[in-house]
Write a protein that binds this ligand. Structure first.
Ligand code: ZN
Length: 257
């Protein structure tokens, strides 16, 4: 009964909040990586985006005007991660806050020694545990085409959101029973150590060297690669690719090929 009620409400929301076709098409055109998506995947993505936009506010910071196109472009990239999961992964927070450009969070935090610091470096994006996702629109635009940017800001920050669903940002989101925590840790751990060694040796890497920062960033950066350049991830770290395909329930490299 509850399942039927839930589905009824979902269908009503989809009807009421349906995205106009020109808006949807314009947003797709801004994101070249979606060319590899099948019509069935795009249909499901459109439904998820519609639901995402009814549940989350995408609001401008400092008077920045967020247009409907910006909202859809952001929501699409947030939803590719959960295309085969569900919106429940993004529960427990309300808003995406969009800055025109890089921003300084300016909040205070206490370190392990109890010393209070002010976060004053400029950021392109940040995901808060139990709070909003912050994005610089200039960087959303700059990173919407992998071929020129080699990164994807929105996918990165939302990968952190998945990672945070069980607390700390440590590169391990809540794993379903079918995925072995040992196998996950081994695959990602070995790849992380290897990648870090390459970056430390000064090697030029096709994957953003920022991934060597810590295991949390490694998961977020490699998630970008999984969705936007899946063949690269499969070639460089096949064991990680396999874990991601099981976790996200998508075989993106097969889709590309
Ligand atoms: Zn990050």
């Amino acid at each position: 009964m509850f399942e039927r009620l839930r589905r009824w409400r979902r269908d009503r929301t989809l009807e009421r909040a349906a995205l106009p076709d020109p808006l949807w098409q314009e947003a797709l055109a801004r994101l070249p990586f979606l060319e590899a998506y099948t019509p069935a995947e795009l249909l499901r993505l459109r439904e998820l985006v519609t639901l995402f936009l009814t549940e989350k506010g995408i609001v401008g910071a400092k008077g920045f005007e967020v247009t409907p196109l910006m909202r859809v472009v952001i929501a699409i990239q947030a939803c590719v991660l959960i295309l085969e999961l569900d919106l429940g992964w993004y529960e427990g927070w309300e808003n995406v806050i969009v800055y025109p450009d890089e921003f300084v969070p300016g909040y205070e935090y206490e370190d392990e020694a109890g010393v209070v610091h002010v976060r004053d470096e400029a950021l392109a994006g940040e995901a808060w545990e139990g709070g909003p996702v912050l994005l610089s629109w200039a960087d959303v635009v700059a990173s919407s085409d992998w071929e020129t940017a080699g990164m994807n800001l929105v996918i990165h920050e939302f990968a952190h959101k998945l990672d945070m669903a069980n607390g700390s940002v440590d590169g391990m989101p809540p794993l379903p029973a079918a995925i072995s925590r040992v196998a996950w840790t081994q695959a990602l751990g070995a790849a992380y150590d290897e990648f870090r060694a390459r970056v430390e040796a000064g090697e030029h890497t096709a994957i953003d060297p920022y991934a060597a920062e810590n295991p949390g960033e490694f998961f977020a950066v490699l998630s970008e690669v999984f969705f936007v350049a899946p063949g690269l991830l499969k070639a460089e770290y096949p064991a990680v690719y396999e874990q991601f395909a099981a976790f996200y329930r998508q075989d993106r490299a097969a889709r590309r090929a």
